[in-house]
Design a binder for this molecule. Structure first.
Ligand code: SF4
Length: 347
């Protein structure tokens, strides 16, 4: 495909039929906004944000479960920092912390297991959210806990897999920009097979050149009028992906129907630990009840995650809802679309 200048020529001069290209990944959304790539596009190309921010798609009920574990079961919650301010039905984890909950920020699930090992008198629960890129690390943390014979460590899973979301959203989208880091783990075979179902996509990297090239490829291939798949991130993504990571997750986890914020329950789109590992599953260990979370009805994250509206269409955007006082997950998360628009909309 084209050199950088040719890619820019393609995206700045396209005047064919209207195209909706969904950048599935929150990091893509941020990089596209940060580098001003949207401003290069013609009116015929619409870039829409998708459900690839793990914190954003995690439902309210998951936050409620974590708050319950922290306040009622006296567990130390180990979590990525972004989740702390995501609103639950009654309160966020930050609110729980004000009521005395012990919320500990970690950078990897493995850090959480180490924390549990260093604090044998405390029950420690890691909030395991994320897609194919982060799930293997949660599996390693559980393996480490087994090797260390820990009985005070468990994980609360909200891990998700991407392919089901591609099916659910396909009618809103002409071309997906597939998340390169997810494909680095999964490989490309599944995305290639989606072509047979009429779903088109390009695997994109994260630099300005990689993103403009991927968008240019999406435009040029769409002009051919038939479904397609292109791996435009071959320096990282292979057909096979990471067989080791796939094998470990297959061995330790199994698919379940799971809820996505905005998309509802999607069949077999989540993962939980298999029975053999269930003593590390916080829902089993603490016999958690099923919790139906209720989000703020004024927040429109759900529609944003489906690509139906842009953050700027939300009446609360930049007025009531800001990164300092976020109303919804898409403004809290560093990968959220509302956060990206807030930071870079005027660039
Ligand atoms: S701007 Fe705030 S309230 Fe509106 S959709 Fe985004 S996160 Fe929700």
């Amino acid at each position: 495909m084209p050199e950088k200048t040719k890619a820019i020529d393609v995206i700045t001069n396209y005047h064919g039929k209207k195209l909706r290209i969904m950048e599935v990944c929150g990091t893509h959304t941020h990089e596209i906004m940060r580098y001003g790539i949207r401003s290069l596009l013609t009116d015929e190309v619409e870039l829409i944000s998708g459900p690839g921010c793990p914190v954003c798609v995690t439902p309210v009920g998951f936050i409620d479960e974590a708050v319950m574990l922290a306040l009622e079961k006296n567990a130390v919650i180990c979590t990525f920092g972004d989740l702390v301010r995501v609103p639950g039905t009654e309160m966020s984890l930050a609110g729980a912390r004000e009521k005395g909950a012990d919320i500990h920020i970690v950078y990897t699930p493995i850090d959480a297991e180490v924390y549990a090992k260093e604090n044998p008198d405390r029950e420690v629960v890691f909030l395991s959210v994320g897609f194919e890129t982060t799930t293997p690390s949660s599996c390693i943390a559980v393996q480490n806990a087994m090797e260390d014979k820990l009985s005070n460590f468990s994980i609360l899973t909200a891990n998700k897999t991407m392919p089901s979301a591609y099916h659910v959203l396909k009618d809103f989208v002409d071309v997906y920009l597939y998340p390169g880091h997810v494909n680095a783990i999964t490989g490309t075979k599944l995305c290639e097979s989606l072509v047979d179902e009429g779903i088109s996509g390009v695997v994109a990297g994260f630099t300005p050149k990689e993103l403009t090239t991927a968008i240019a490829i999406a435009i040029k291939k769409s002009e051919e009028g038939k479904p397609f798949f292109v791996n435009a991130y071959p320096r990282v993504v292979t057909s096979e992906g990471s067989p080791e990571a796939q094998k470990m997750v297959d061995e330790m986890m199994e698919p379940i129907d799971t809820e996505w914020r905005g998309l509802g329950i999607i069949k077999d789109s989540g993962l939980k630990l298999k029975k053999k590992y269930e003593k590390y599953d916080a829902r089993v260990k603490y016999n958690l009840p099923k919790i139906e979370g209720k989000g703020n009805p004024a927040c429109r994250c759900g529609e944003i995650l489906q690509g139906k509206i842009k953050p700027t269409d939300c009446p609360l955007f930049k007025k009531v809802c800001t990164p300092i006082h976020p109303v919804g997950a898409c403004m809290v998360s560093g990968e959220g679309a509302c956060s990206a628009y807030y930071q870079y909309q005027d660039m």
